[in-house]
Design a protein. Sequence first.
Length: 269
Amino acid sequence: MDKKTEEIIINKLRAAGCVFAEDEARLLISEAQILDTLIDMVERRATGLPLEYVVGWADFCGMRIKVEQGVFVPRRRTEFLVQQAASLTTPGSIIVDLCCGSGAVGAALAKVIGHIELYATDIDPASVKCARHNTTFLRGNVYKGDLYHPLPSALHNRVDILVANAPYVPTDSIELLPQEAREYEKRVALDGGMEGLDVQKRVVSEAPIWLAPGGYLLVETSQKQVLQTAEIFAQNGLIPKVTHCVELNATVVIGTQVSRVNTACKALT
């Protein structure tokens, strides 16, 4: 592609409000196979369609994660959730990814750790389709359904790591989100209820049924909600630990499942 064409594309994207117009122009040029395709991609991006939907993938933990239009686009801050989960995981671990969206978290964990036994769920059919594609290399088990509901009961008390990037945006704050999220991502992937804690509460309340003794639940949340999230963990018998990454502006609460033996000992003291 000649320099003049690239400059035209950059100017069009910049006029449309794309902050990183130069980088986006280069990506679109590299992804398009023919000129007609490039023109169509630039036009769609200029209308406000998120770049990830235009090219069909998102960069997450150095991986190309397939995303179809409407599927929640994995954020860079969620890489911190992967980092925290990976630090607690060993090869062969049983991992459950709730509200899995595109399946990015499970796929990234497999890349970092190697062999894992992955189970993932999401209520959105398009997300399930993408997650199955993105976890094909590790033969992940991806189910359509609400949180734990579609998981096999054989996993009760056997899950080593349970991760959930559940929606945590308060309902009244949806309108304050960037246009790309507000207008193009499905509300079910964003809306966490009045306080943003509704789905988190459901995730945490049932986690002890599924976690193995000494297993971990990791939930992404916000700095404003973190104390409430940690309290929800404690109320459900999990020992909470708050972790934060300044660089990614990411917050994760980690809950440890106390073994039945430890619980009995505490009851006798």
